[in-house]
Design a protein around this ligand. Sequence first.
Ligand SMILES: CCC/C=C/C(=O)SCCNC(=O)CCNC(=O)[C@H](O)C(C)(C)COP(=O)([O-])OP(=O)([O-])OC[C@H]1O[C@@H](n2cnc3c(N)ncnc32)[C@H](O)[C@@H]1OP(=O)([O-])[O-]
Ligand SMILES: NC(=O)C1=CN([C@@H]2O[C@H](COP(=O)(O)OP(=O)(O)OC[C@H]3O[C@@H](n4cnc5c(N)ncnc54)[C@H](OP(=O)(O)O)[C@@H]3O)[C@@H](O)[C@H]2O)C=CC1
Length: 292
Amino acid sequence: MSYRSAFRADLFAGQTHIVTGGGSGIGRCCAHELAALGANVILIGRNIERLESTQAEIIADGGKASYYSVDIRQEADVRDTVAKIVADHGQIHGLVNNAGGQFPAPLLKISKNGWDAVVSSNLTGGFLMAREVMNQSMREKGGSIVNIIADMWRGMPSMGHSGAARAGMLSFTETAAVEWASYGVRVNAVAPGFIASSGMDSYGDEFANHVIPQMRGTIPSSRMGDEDEISSVITFLLSPAASYTTGACICVDGGSSLNTKLFGLKEHDRMPEQKAFHRAVKPMAVQRMMKK
Ligand SMILES: CCC/C=C/C(=O)SCCNC(=O)CCNC(=O)[C@H](O)C(C)(C)COP(=O)([O-])OP(=O)([O-])OC[C@H]1O[C@@H](n2cnc3c(N)ncnc32)[C@H](O)[C@@H]1OP(=O)([O-])[O-]
Ligand SMILES: NC(=O)C1=CN([C@@H]2O[C@H](COP(=O)(O)OP(=O)(O)OC[C@H]3O[C@@H](n4cnc5c(N)ncnc54)[C@H](OP(=O)(O)O)[C@@H]3O)[C@@H](O)[C@H]2O)C=CC1
């Protein structure tokens, strides 16, 4: 198995975990990590080619993976797909609600359809997946759900539709954690900061050449995160190490959500040796996945 996880190799042996958006970026990386830890991984997304290719990579690495193509915004399709997954694989132990995305635009340039497309991708879709997994497996057998949100604290300028949806997803996480605790189901969230994922490449040249360098200057850790740094926290939350953790949100952002925009740390505030130190240090010290 080529994915070098920080966790014990048989952590999820005999378990089935669903990763939405598992064909690319953070979801693909997480699918690799869960498979390397023994899980039977179910990949969900719309683009069959990407799902097929991630499945093939995992199988080539000696892991178990299947995929189901579905748009998480379509209620009946989500219900039928979860039913198929349960029929094919039995109990669902974990759900990673990672699928989502948005387009950069100021509020005044967002049409109703644009708003709805983003809110349904990042809020309604996650709710539908969680409700169906709960109704069709977890309410009988327990499980763990991890919702991926974003750094939307104090607003998300230029991505206001996404910020509103992610804030909603955090509230959903907290409500579900309370309502579903007595079923043995834990529900937590992970809020990534700026992660150098394949998804980040989808916003065009202006974003890559101007917005990303500007954002990088506001990150106390002086670098963007890597996909595996999100995946390891998802893995922790799915695992028994987090058995008393529910309704929590872990920010995985190199400190960026704490850096005040007014008088906060900027790139030019750092001493040259501090910059070099921060760039050199990455806790796990290995780049486990190639970005795709
Ligand atoms: C700081 C970074 C933090 C976060 C990083 C990440 O998340 S990383 C990576 C995460 N990955 C990604 O973000 C992946 C990339 N993102 C996506 O795939 C899309 O943003 C999506 C999720 C909305 C797709 O939804 P969909 O296929 O249903 O969309 P559709 O094409 O059917 O259009 C529906 C409506 O939206 C409108 N509209 C669409 N684009 C733009 C635009 N640029 N401008 C203005 N409007 C736009 C479109 O015109 C239409 O409205 P209309 O004309 O009928 O009034
Ligand atoms: N990278 C970053 O810095 C950050 C990322 N995030 C969030 O993390 C998650 C993963 O992002 P990342 O890996 O970077 O980006 P990607 O664009 O690579 O991943 C998004 C995935 O979601 C899937 N998806 C999107 N909409 C749907 C849908 N309606 N139904 C089913 N699948 C869908 C896509 O697959 P397909 O197109 O095949 O359907 C794709 O695999 C996203 O929710 C993202 O917004 C949050 C904060 C920061």
